[in-house]
Design a protein around this ligand. Structure first.
Ligand code: NAD
Length: 424
């Protein structure tokens, strides 16, 4: 079995996310009047490593899997970013995600650059042994370019704390010493941090609170739709329900469910964990993912994948507040349409920062060998997310630009300043 090349963009991809990321960058670079050398430097990835891994399958055959690790920029500190295991992952997607990580870390003002990794694999089809073998092989393959001061991976779509456990174990064995700070998102019992699992959803909760305040919306009783019901989506739904919101719709790749009175979020999570799908939930009516995105709700949380809100459906999106938990869920054309409609978008590079912020706390704890309680993690996350939101909102107000443009202006200018000071 030979998996397809990591460079090939699958036919199902509606827009190349790297083109979107570069277009966003170019527009903001114009606004910031960056000189040509700085533009070229910030547009360029520092390092790209493509790898292939031969894995012995349970039936005795050998399969070759392709993957990559992209380090976009390290002006502000070591690269940081998740690892995606997905059948449609491709190099340009990973390049876009790595660039977005650079801006995301700078906007949250944590001392990292941006990186990302991916392996093209339908991980759901692997046995636990095959998944372990692949995770360890990938850790070995990218081992020469990662490390606590170089590049620190973490979970993303398709990877879990267990996968991080195999990676930290492989890296530590190969380096002859326990080295927990090489990856974050580890299980709490092996040097992970309390609060990491919920962190991306909790970050969404904080920015939604801030956005609701800006828009004069009371969260108690506000209606919410969440697209994507994995780590980010489940925690966002759970925590927003805890704030009094009515989560009326959730979805995954199988489709969505809608209940105008509000879904029982805990029951929906239990159902998803038990059956791997939400559509069979008895509590609501079946809807499509596109119907979910265009529901008449107060708050929309895209928490699935890139390119979900596009020129084809943006005009029908009704939510006045959109908090992007996913990376790149809105294409640049859709972004313009939503801005014209007056939607308040908390962009991915700001809204989805909770995960990397708590990853940073995990790395700090690993290096100090001193561990925080969950209250400290959550309080520090709240402070970091609220500060970032307020800085972006103030810039948006001052420059009369969207929250996305303001966030990117803040992030890109911080990276440019660091690069200049370091003489890069
Ligand atoms: P996950 O694998 O835990 O969950 C993804 C969910 O999205 C699954 O329920 C899947 O069924 C669903 N999904 C996939 N394609 C879909 C589609 N077209 N329509 C509807 N649902 C779909 O992944 P995750 O960690 O929750 O990540 C989700 C998004 O959030 C990704 O864009 C990821 O990059 C981003 N993100 C995650 C974290 C994190 O800490 N996990 C941090 C920042 C950003």
């Amino acid at each position: 079995m030979n998996q397809s090349r990591i460079e090939a963009i699958p036919a199902t991809v509606v827009a190349d996310p790297y083109e979107s990321a570069l277009a966003q960058f170019d527009a903001v670079a114009d606004r910031l009047a960056l000189d040509d050398a700085m533009r070229q430097y910030l547009r360029t990835n520092r390092r790209e490593l493509c790898v292939s891994m031969a894995i012995r399958m349970d039936n005795g055959s050998t399969a070759i899997f392709e993957g990559c690790r992209v380090q976009h920029n390290n002006a502000r500190g070591p690269c940081k970013g998740g690892i995606r295991f997905h059948p449609e992952v491709h190099l340009n997607e990973v390049r876009a995600l790595a660039m977005w990580m650079t801006w995301k870390c700078a906007i949250a003002n944590i001392p990292y650059g941006g990186g990302k990794g991916g392996v093209r694999v339908d991980y759901k089809k692997l046995s636990p042994t095959e998944l372990e073998n692949l995770s360890r092989a990938y850790a070995s393959a990218i081992g020469p370019i990662i490390g606590p001061d170089r590049d620190i991976p973490a979970p993303d779509v398709g990877t879990t704390p267990q996968v991080m456990a195999w990676i930290v174990d492989t890296y530590s064995r190969e380096h002859g010493a326990w080295n927990p700070a090489v990856v974050t998102g580890k299980p709490v019992s092996i040097a992970g941090t309390l609060g990491r699992e919920a962190a991306t959803g909790r970050g969404i909760q904080f920015v939604v609170e801030e956005a609701a305040r800006c828009r004069g919306l009371a969260l108690d009783g506000a209606t919410v739709a969440v697209q994507g019901f994995g780590n980010a989506g489940q925690w966002a739904a759970r925590l927003l329900a805890g704030q009094g919101c009515r989560v009326v719709a959730v979805s995954d790749t199988s489709g969505g469910v809608y209940n105008g009175r509000g879904l029982d979020v805990e029951a929906a999570i239990a159902h998803k964990l038990a059956t791997s799908r939400v559509v069979t939930l008895a509590d609501g009516d079946h809807i499509t993912n596109n119907e979910l995105l265009t529901l008449d709700v107060d708050i929309l949380v895209p928490a699935a994948f890139e390119n979900q809100i596009t020129a084809a459906n943006a005009a029908d999106v009704k939510a006045p507040i959109i908090a992007e938990a996913a990376n790149g869920p809105t294409t640049p054309e859709a972004d313009r349409i939503l801005a014209e409609k007056g939607a308040f978008i908390v962009p991915d590079v700001l809204a989805s920062g909770g995960g990397v912020v708590v990853s940073y706390f995990e790395w700090v704890q690993n290096r100090q060998g001193f561990y925080w309680d969950e209250e400290q993690v959550n309080a520090s996350l709240g402070q970091t997310m609220r500060t970032a939101f307020r800085e972006v909102a103030a810039l948006s107000e001052k420059e009369k630009v969207t929250m996305r443009d303001a966030a990117l202006m803040l992030g890109i200018s911080r990276v440019a300043e660091a690069a200049k000071l370091r003489g890069m």
